[in-house]
Write a protein that binds this ligand. Sequence first.
Ligand code: WT7
Length: 657
Amino acid sequence: MTEQSPALDNLLSETRTFPPDGEFAAQANAGAGMYAEAQSDREGFWAEQAEKLDWESRWDQVVDWSNAPFARWFVGGRLNVAFNCVDRHVAAGFGDQVAIHWVGEPGDTREITYAQLQEEVCRAANGLASLGVVAGDRVAIQLQMIPEAIVAMLACARIGALHSVVFGGFSPTALRARVDDAEAKVVITSDGQYRRGKAAAMKAQVDEALVGAESVQRVLVVRRTGAETPEEVPWTESRDIWWHELMATQPAEHEAEAFDSEHPLFILYTSGTTGKPKGILHTSGGYLTQAAYTHRVVFDHKPGQDVYWCTADIGWVTGHSYIVYGPLANRATQVVYEGTPNTPHEGRHWEIVQNYKVSIYYTAPTLIRTFMKWGSDIPAKYDLSSLRVLGSVGEPINPEAWMWYREHIGGGRAPIVDTWWQTETGAIMISPLPGVTHTKPGSAQAPLPGISAKVVDDNGAEVPAGGGGYLVLDKPWPAMLRGIWGDDERYRETYWSRFADQGFYFAGDGAKYDSDGDIWLLGRVDDVMNVSGHRISTTEVESALVSHPAVAEAAVVGASDATTGQGIVAFVILRGSSTDAGEQTVQDLRNHVAGEIGPIAKPRQIMVVSELPKTRSGKIMRRLLRDVAENRDVGDVTTLADASVMDQIASGLKSGS
Ligand code: WT7
């Protein structure tokens, strides 16, 4: 396999294990027998999970893989996803149960019961329909973490329209690319968003994105900050409409129509190895089945008892599956928090856990490491005894962070579930099961019951215990992507060509078995970076850099970073002969990338160089640049077209600093 970061080496010698607590195990949703049960009758096992949903008509076939790699699950079944997430709970008598404890960044709060959620989703469904949105249409949503974001997603699902949620931190250029690719008919956004105590404009940015966007007929605007100047909230009378004004005219009842199990539910764009983001397509029955199943067993969620909190943003798949679809299908009571973890103080999350008695908390390693940096005295000031399950997602969690999480947040008692999955997999695939698994700091351990994954070598042969290679998924799963929007060829090429002979899905991650056969994820093996759990392609950042008039050429690498997992380091060759880049140029370039993609893609560091290391066939050798970025001695340079390039880079850096 390709090089692996030395920081990960220490993961492989971890010997600590934590057996499940007997009391926890006795009440757990998961049981050890599930593995064997799923093994002996995979389809029967998944059918059993699907039966926990409400279907208008049952499927005739659990899975149809005859047209691989395009799967169909619960073939012939019909259901309404939003009905399953909301209405059925109200019908069962739980209308008064709180669905969402919403906490705004400035400190305002809202409690939304399932009955109220139903009313809001119905109004929004009627509202969208009144704007001409019909099943199969695409609706782009760029909203911060406010209840309307969830309502908008569910309203789309209810009428069979596909939502394409675009992270609020993405630039107008990035939003526009996604709107155009999906040909969105409606865009839903807000006047502005609170971020670190300040209100930032949103509508103005969206308007900038939509200049000349042909597919867009209407823009729905949620009022959040109350911004009202034409600079902050520019208005196009024939196109724009306030969310609250539209909702006020809509009936609170809406008949939910059932759709085919394979009816598309959403598109979510994610970075690949080329510059153009991929529109990952998910459908209804299989996706909801696995989102609900995993939420139930991995978090041991008990409706009516637990208070659940996933700290993700709905702009990412974690927000889709573990804020919206999984938890709501399972009748969760959950916290949704609008803001940043250190506004107004660094104990904000723990204060919320204490106030709402949060029992299940799901977050990302990058945030755990940030909490570590802020100091364990901060969580120590709060009562965190309600916490009983802790989750991690987005990147490998280093054992130090895992142990800190266990001790300082989980009181040395709450099991930690390190969940591996991807936008493409739709739901959790590899994870310990609380109450069953003896957990190990840093390892995601084993595929869930019903899921099959392997670590294989270059030829697709499974590696023995102790061996490393590539992670593959060797059997279809219910929540798997159904393709890339508008690009079947790219779908086959990206995921199914690497191990075409074996018919394996190639995840793009390196992995390893330890001597117990547990799986350790080792990071991406392709040109995809993982910065704070966000996937960013090196090519995308390179394209952004070369689109700046001062840049002739750029190469980008992900260098290991103690807090964010990886940090973006760019090497650029400027136009003209100068390598003497002023601080101003570097700042301009960083801001340019933020403008092209979004602030999350801003390089941590930009080094101006006179040459880039290339192979004879012209491929940039990122491995060498990573050595430089991580202050290591540069490795083997024999395949370089010009072996002196690395010396030039090294000396150029010295003189530049
Ligand atoms: C990539 C998927 C899944 C939601 C968040 C990210 C990395 C994710 C883990 C984990 C090691 C992980 C992988 C994967 N990743 N979870 N528990 N341990 N690595 O979704 O943006 O689609 O990124 O995130 O590299 O391929 P995504």
